[in-house]
Structures are given as C-alpha cells and as structure tokens.
Write a protein that binds this ligand. Structure first.
Ligand code: NIG
Ligand code: FE
Length: 410
C-alpha cells in the first residue's frame, strides 16, 4: 500500500467531517483550519489528519513517502466549475479592438466573438483540438485545478458540437482529474440562422440533443441567455428539451442585462447560474429560495471591462457563491484560479476565506462533485494542493500574479 505523510503543515485548510456540501453566503467567512498539522494518505485516500502533537508516529515505514511542509499550507485543489477550455485559437485581435474602443458586444455584432471562435474551430480536426486542449488542461492542473467543467459551444453545428464534446470525453479519460461536460449548442446563433432562430433551436433539439445523449457526451446543458443571444423563452424551450435527456441546466445569464433568466433557470431546476454581473432584487429573492448556486466570474469582468458581480449582496442574502475562471479565448484567456482568487478579494471584496470556500466546496457543488471534491475529509481521494512557503493564506490572493501553488497531489 502506497502511503504519503505530509507533516509540519503550517495550516491544513478546508478540513473536517462536518463541512456541508455547499457553504451558504453567511457561513462562507468560516474556513476550517488545523495549524501545525499532519495529513496521512494511503493509496491516495485520506486516512488520518490532525495536529502534529496528536500524530502517533509511524509504525510501518514500507512504501512510505514523507513530505515536510514546514512553512507551507495544504488545501483541497481548486474546483473550476465554468470553463470553455476546448477552443481552436486565441483572439488577441479582439483584445486590441477593445483597447481601441470597441466593446465586447460591438465586436460580436460585427461577426467577432463566439462566431469568430466557431469559424476557427470548424477548420480543426478532433485530434488537433484534443491535443491543444490536453496541453491547456495540464497547465490548469499545474495552476492547482483538481476538478474541471468544460463546455462545448464553439461548434454551433451538429458535426462541430459533437466534435467538441467527443474531445471533452477523451479529456475525461486521459487528463487525470474529474471533468464534467456541458452542452452549450445555444451559445450564439450561427450567421445563417440569424433571421430564423426557431430553425437553429429545432436543430439543437431534434438533431444535436439525441446524438449527444446516444453517445452519452454531456452531463449538463447550458444556454447563453442574453440580449442578442438567446431570449428567456428560447432558453426555456432548450432546457425543457435537455431535461428529457436527463441534462441539468447550468446557464450563462445576466452578463450584460437582466432579462428574468435567473428566475426561469431556477424554475427549470438549474444547478448553477453563472456570470450575474447584472442582478436585480427579484433575482436575489429567487436565488434565496432555491438550491441553485450563484457562480461569479471576476476574471471575465476584469478582462472585458464590464461590471463585477455583487458578491456581497448575494452572501448577505445567504446565497452560496462559487467562483470559476470562465477560461475561454474571448473573455478570459487564463484559467489560473489564483488570479481569480485575487480578483475576488480585490474587486468583489470577498475575504480570502470566503473566496476559498467559493473556489473549493462551492465550486465542487456547482458541478455536482460535492461527494468527492472540495474538502479534505476521511476516506476522500480528491486532489490536494501544497503551497510554497508563505506567511499566511491571505498572502496568496494578496500577492496577485505570483504562482504560490507548489504542487498538486493527484
Ligand atoms: O462566458 N458569454 C458567453 N460566453 C463566454 C464568452 C465566449 C467568447 O467570447 O468566446 C463567456 O464569457
Ligand atoms: Fe462562459
């Protein structure tokens, strides 16, 4: 039996047997920690942890690896519940267009944005897409991500959506971390359907969904509910069709406007509503009375210069908040969650502890991985992080841009 002992840990974080599967807003400031701790794993499974003074010593030295974590912290790996990690090419030309004064929405209306990515993706083979995406996932793991959601949505045709989802399926088998796949055929209307939304939605419902279900390619379904994209009614039709194939909604809503998409998504059983840069009192009320989590994406706000979500209003209403990267070539070209942690503290005014709850337990909840990810507890096998030597855990978001995760233990 392969054993690992991590000893002299400066702080063992998000550890314990009574951490809930989702941490509600008011509780998010609490972050369980054992100072000067040890953590013991056998065959990757947590078998013991506690304060160093309670550690009983080693009886069996066979197959034992010891890590001395003096000055370092140990925490559960980050759970990134919203990404678009499979894509064809970067889009720095749009970045320059924005510097020169165009907005994200203006660029999209000119045929840039998601449609730009869809054109680029159509030209790549499944293998090329897979090879590029695998390298990206490996980079995310090195940054400390131990569970990942990936969306389709740069295909926008039957063939290309299936291609993307097959790439995600291969990543699930090979990447070495848990990955969830979300079908986002309703990410934008392809140019040829600009004047005929019903025909594109028919294509999603009648052709894409049955094929995706037949190959078991998706865990969740997403719709970009937004002005110039999918209306609340269009989202409803698509989510109802997804439900017939057992797909739970996780949706893009309220990025640029308040349309009532949050209420509708909750009514249709959404696990998570994501973005929420714009939010109304009615939205907050609806979230408060639901089991749906609010997922904020501050690196998207930062990168395309749009408002930041109101994390404090959500947490004050006791709504659980998750943080994710939204890694994609248009609005968030990095999936580094230490950056998201910093932005959450600096721009969303979340405390380091609140943000870490949002990046671990609540991120796991937002992709249906509460049973296995997001906390350190007996019997669990999920990935954990070892930091570099740092003065305190708040130092990680404080020292923005530094890479302070030394190692991920998968
Ligand atoms: O979450 N807003 C919709 N989808 C992505 C952006 C997609 C793109 O620009 O490529 C997002 O920000
Ligand atoms: Fe997104």
């Amino acid at each position: 039996m392969k054993k690992l002992l991590i000893k002299n840990i400066k702080g063992l974080l998000q550890v314990g047997e009574s951490i809930p599967s989702v941490v509600k807003g008011q509780q998010m400031k609490e972050l369980p920690m054992i100072e000067n701790a040890f953590l013991a794993l056998e065959d990757k499974q947590v078998v013991a942890y506690g304060a160093m003074e309670d550690w009983g010593g080693i009886e069996d030295w066979r197959d034992l690896e010891i890590i001395d974590a003096t000055g370092k912290y140990v925490l559960p790996a980050f759970c990134d519940s919203h990404t678009h990690t499979v894509f064809a090419k970067s889009r720095e030309e749009e970045f320059v267009d924005r510097i020169n004064g165009l907005s994200y929405e203006e660029i999209a209306l000119k045929g840039g944005g998601i449609l730009n990515s869809a054109r680029k993706l159509a030209a790549l083979s499944e293998n090329e897409l897979y090879e590029d995406a695998l390298k990206r996932v490996q980079q995310l793991i090195a940054y400390g991500t131990g569970a990942l959601e990936i969306k389709s949505g740069y295909g926008l045709s039957v063939e290309a959506e299936l291609k993307m989802l097959r790439v995600i399926k291969r990543l699930k088998e090979t990447a070495g971390i848990s990955i969830k796949a979300t079908f986002l055929g309703a990410h934008a209307f392809p140019t040829e359907f600009k004047e005929n939304h019903t025909a594109y939605i028919d294509l999603i419902i009648q052709e894409m969904l049955p094929k995706i279900a037949a190959e078991n390619l998706a865990d969740y379904i997403d719709v970009f509910c937004e002005r110039n994209y999918f209306s609340v009614e269009e989202m409803e039709r698509i989510l109802l069709a997804g439900a017939k194939f057992g797909l739970t909604p996780k949706v893009h809503v309220n990025q640029f406007s308040v349309l009532g998409g949050i209420q509708k998504a909750i009514e249709l059983g959404a696990l998570s509503v994501d973005h929420l840069e714009e939010i109304s009192d009615e939205d907050i009320q609806a979230l408060k009375n639901s089991s749906c989590i609010a997922t904020l994406l501050p690196s998207c706000s930062h990168f395309i210069s749009i408002p930041f979500g109101n994390a404090r209003a959500l947490m004050n209403a006791d709504i659980p908040v998750a943080l994710a990267s939204d890694f994609n070539p248009g609005t968030t070209p990095t999936g580094n969650l230490s950056v998201v942690w910093s932005l959450a503290c600096i721009k969303l005014k979340m405390t380091p502890e609140e943000a870490l709850n949002a990046l671990t337990v609540n991120g796991a909840y937002a992709m249906g991985l509460s049973e296995t990810h997001g906390k350190i507890a007996l019997g669990r096998q999920s990935p954990i992080l070892l930091t570099k030597e740092i003065p305190s855990i708040a130092y990680i978001p404080y020292a923005f841009g530094d890479q302070l995760i030394e190692q991920i233990i998968l």
